[in-house]
Design a protein around this ligand. Structure first.
Ligand SMILES: [Zn+2]
Length: 664
């Protein structure tokens, strides 16, 4: 695979424009500093107008023009929107709400529909044959936003047929399933796998959480097999210089699909970065975005990733909201590079005049005038290439890590415990786990300490000084063991509330909480309260703050108190809210709530200092990321996420500005 320093591209849909405009478009793209163009990912009908009859002439000409202008193509496989000749076939998914999808939108297909899978294999094989080894094509994007728009889960007739077979492979005999799921409850003992219902959303209450969790895993395996088929076909036909990726969407943790498994076999992960979408009145906090970038980077072991869609301006399908200043949009792209991207592709070249995305504004509009957003993006490209290319291919080094558990994210989506962990983006998307994970990542980012994000399964604690582990209910004894040895040797583990509350079958543990972590944490948690959308006063050392979401009433059993509940309205006033336990050379911090940002900063500052790290607070709007260049020299990128001029790290930052400084 070719090593690129840092490159910028743009998403382009030649099939949506009169061919007479193509050359001018492409020459302008090159003139503004773009070097790659993603195309084809929604053009199935164009390349296969009838089943098995392929016509790549449109894209051959488009890719030819790109090459003439010095631009490489990124070819997307077009399997997220079916062609018209599949419109009357049984290929559409059924949402867990029972709603049936139909032709005319996207992400409306079932990964288990045989005719869809067969058609996908055929079109991907044709694309692989056509563009595999083609020097004008830099790489391939598998499908588009797999799992987005609730396409992670399906309860259609195909899934109904496949699900019992999946269960049979997992459990062997139905008695084992009954034991694992606790089928003695509510009379759900099954006599055969075929009796097990799919995890449709019920008119009242929920299915057995263990069933829902397994159904998520089944859906994940279905999507992963679908993607893997494409990856393998593209790999077999591509040259060593061509790469394969897929573009994920935010927020990804609560999605049923295991994105590590989905991107397995690919060269790097990509994602689509929309800090503001639709009717949002404010963009997501910059820390949330830093979390997402670091999560994507961690999926493939920290290799540089791509932002395949970087929003250009205003975006939405049915409603628009906050209009980000152009310099803020540019700063989001720089943030991606700071957090480990080496390729940023802007969405999209020109705004579509029609269709479901006519409110998704591109870099230029129909009048083809130079927009302010294009001007600012081009200026940012020039500066970023000059200043950041030497950093972009060097993997990010981080002394700390936030670890997540995919299974806990799945369980929390349905059984969210507290309204503080409820963030319903749509009827079937509940991103509370993502929000909480981001709030456990945010203090690292705000204190200028580089942090990775890894799944508990891929986490190597020896690579870090501090590991933060929120919402780890389903504790794996092997993970607890490994973390225990690492703490003994000097590691600092930050455990969140609910740690160790369940076993790997999602059963409540039959031991005092925090279960397997009790000895390491040196605490017992016999009582707890869900705070939902309220909060309770606490104090971290001398710093007053609030605890939200959850309140553990901690009884120290060897641990020291770090924060205490001070709320006059709570009977547990005076009890610890946060503790620390010395274990060997290391420490285990137990955090029995979701502290408010100020309390969280005070706590993390203490944790980091105790671990020998140097937290630096330069303002709530200031992000600082340390990176090394190809020669090993250390730099600090400082970003000002505010509309005001700031002084930080000895430098003056313009509104939405950034600087690269030698790291001290
Ligand atoms: Zn299905």
């Amino acid at each position: 695979m070719k090593a690129t320093g840092l490159e910028f591209g743009v998403d382009w849909y030649p099939e949506q424009w009169d061919e007479g405009r193509w050359r001018h478009d492409v020459e302008r793209m090159a003139g503004y500093g773009f070097t790659c163009v993603r195309l084809m990912e929604f053009a199935w009908t164009v390349v296969e107008p009838e089943p098995g009859r392929f016509d790549f002439s449109t894209f051959d000409r488009a890719i030819g023009l790109l090459a003439e202008a010095g631009l490489e193509a990124i070819v997307g496989t077009p399997t997220a929107t079916p062609p018209h000749w599949l419109s009357d076939r049984p290929v559409f998914r059924t949402s867990p709400t029972g709603a049936a999808h139909s032709y005319g939108t996207r992400r409306n297909l079932c990964y288990n529909a045989p005719e869809y899978r067969e058609a996908s294999r055929r079109v991907v094989a044709a694309i692989a044959e056509r563009y595999g080894g083609d020097g004008r094509v830099a790489g391939f994007q598998v499908d588009n936003e797999i799992g987005h728009e609730a396409s992670d889960r399906c309860v259609c007739a195909h899934c109904r047929r496949e699900w019992p077979r999946w269960l049979e492979r997992r459990y062997g005999d139905v008695g084992r399933l009954n034991d694992a799921w606790g089928a003695a409850f509510w009379n759900t003992s099954y006599a055969s796998f075929d009796q097990v219902p799919v995890a449709a959303i019920q008119p009242s209450t929920i299915q057995n959480p263990a069933l829902v969790l397994d159904y998520d895993r089944f859906c994940s395996d279905s999507a992963v097999a679908f993607a893997r088929e494409q990856t393998d076909a593209l790999r077999a036909a591509s040259s060593p210089g061509q790469w394969i990726t897929t573009n994920l969407f935010p927020p990804p943790l609560s999605n049923a699909i295991d994105m590590e498994a989905l991107t397995d076999g690919m060269d790097f992960a990509s994602w689509d970065n929309y800090p503001v979408w639709g009717d949002q009145d404010e963009p997501l906090p910059w820390q949330f975005n830093a979390t997402a970038q670091s999560y994507v980077r961690g999926l493939r072991g920290g290799v540089p990733f791509t932002v395949m869609e970087e929003m250009s301006g205003f975006q939405g399908h049915v409603c628009l909201g906050y209009l980000p200043p152009e310099r803020r949009v540019a700063l989001w792209a720089v943030q991606a590079v700071a957090r480990g991207a080496n390729r940023v592709v802007f969405f999209r070249w020109r705004t579509a005049p029609y269709g479901q995305e006519q409110l998704c504004y591109g870099l230029v509009d129909g009048d083809d005038e130079e927009t302010e957003r294009l001007r600012v993006v081009a200026e940012t490209i020039r500066r970023a290439k000059a200043e950041l290319s030497s950093l972009a291919s060097v993997p990010v080094e981080s002394p700390v890590c936030v670890a997540y558990s995919k299974d806990d994210a799945r369980v929390l989506r349905e059984q969210y415990l507290s309204k503080g962990l409820l963030m319903r983006v749509s009827p079937t998307v509940q991103a509370g786990y993502d929000k909480e994970a981001a709030s456990w990542y945010a203090p690292f980012a705000t204190l200028g300490v580089g942090a990775d994000i890894r799944s508990v399964g891929s986490l190597d604690p020896d690579a870090y000084r501090v590991v933060s582990l929120p919402l780890y209910q389903m504790a794996d004894p092997a993970v607890v063991d490994r973390l225990g040895r690492w703490v003994e040797a000097g590691g600092s583990l930050v455990l969140g509330y609910r740690a160790g509350a369940r076993d790997l079958l999602d059963r409540n543990v039959e031991a005092p909480l925090p279960g397997l972590f009790a000895e390491l944490a040196g605490v017992r948690v016999p009582r707890f309260e869900s705070l939902n959308e309220t909060s309770a006063a606490l104090r971290v050392g001398a710093v007053p703050g609030r605890g939200g979401v959850w309140a553990d009433v901690i009884e120290p059993d060897g641990a020291e108190t770090v924060a205490v509940w001070t709320d006059r309205g709570k009977f547990y006033r005076g009890s610890p809210a946060v503790t620390v336990n010395r274990v060997g050379e290391g420490r285990v911090w137990y955090v029995g709530t979701s502290p408010s940002p100020i309390a969280m900063l005070a706590l993390y500052r203490r944790i980091l200092k105790a671990a020998g790290l140097r937290p630096r607070f330069a303002g709530a709007d200031v992000e600082a990321v340390e990176r090394r260049d190809a020669d090993g020299k250390a730099w600090r990128l400082v970003l000002n996420h505010s509309p005001r001029r700031r002084r930080a790290y000895g430098a003056t930052l313009e509104p939405w500005g950034w600087v690269k400084l030698p790291a001290d």
